[in-house]
Design a protein. Sequence first.
Length: 248
Amino acid sequence: MKKKAVAIVLPITLSLLVAAAILLWFFLRPVVVFVEPTLPSAMLRGLRPSWIDHLKYRIVFLNESEEARIPSLSPSLVIYSPLTRKNSDYPFKSALWGRRSYEGESFDTLFEIDEEKMLSVALEKNRGVGTAFLFSEFDNYSRSLFDNFKKDDPYLKDITYLDRITGVNSDEILKELDENSIVSVILMDPPSSLYLLKNTGDFRVYADFRYASALPYSKVISIYPKWGDAIKRALDGEGTLSFDFALR
């Protein structure tokens, strides 16, 4: 009789302990609120943390029109995007990424996007193989970035176009990519090179996460922030911080 009782009670007790552990894990994680602009859901997904980050933090996404809900969530950190504005001065730690604060805004942390640091993640992944920077010949900023990276990687190739890629010049660019045995392409200005994505061959395509999230092409590899690391650093301190990046 005693053995039968143990056989019944033990599984129930274990189930209750597991349920309690899950509840503790769920409720004891720091709450992090992302205030988002009004954009298509597909674009927002590309700007958000990965599912792994949700294991460590209770991440809540609010549209900018829902800012009044923030106090009810008692967040440990509120993160604003460059397309949103902080309209209320709640007593919670706050951060902003992708732009400087406007007059009247105050943030504990500013996340800067170091484009050279971001691009280096894709370049390290493709070091020693043919990689092309693709940009407009009038884009002096992309030219300067390419020149800096070229010093350390002789396999880098700059391929430029006039204004934008169209049906007129896409064949010429594809031919140049093939002749230079290009394996990976970094799109420096995706809006002006979208046409190429309709005709890509076997090469890999990389883009800044702010652009990649808006591109309706699964073949584009996004260079995106390590949100989990960024959140931890913002919770631990304050000031101006630079994102670290990964690929997805």
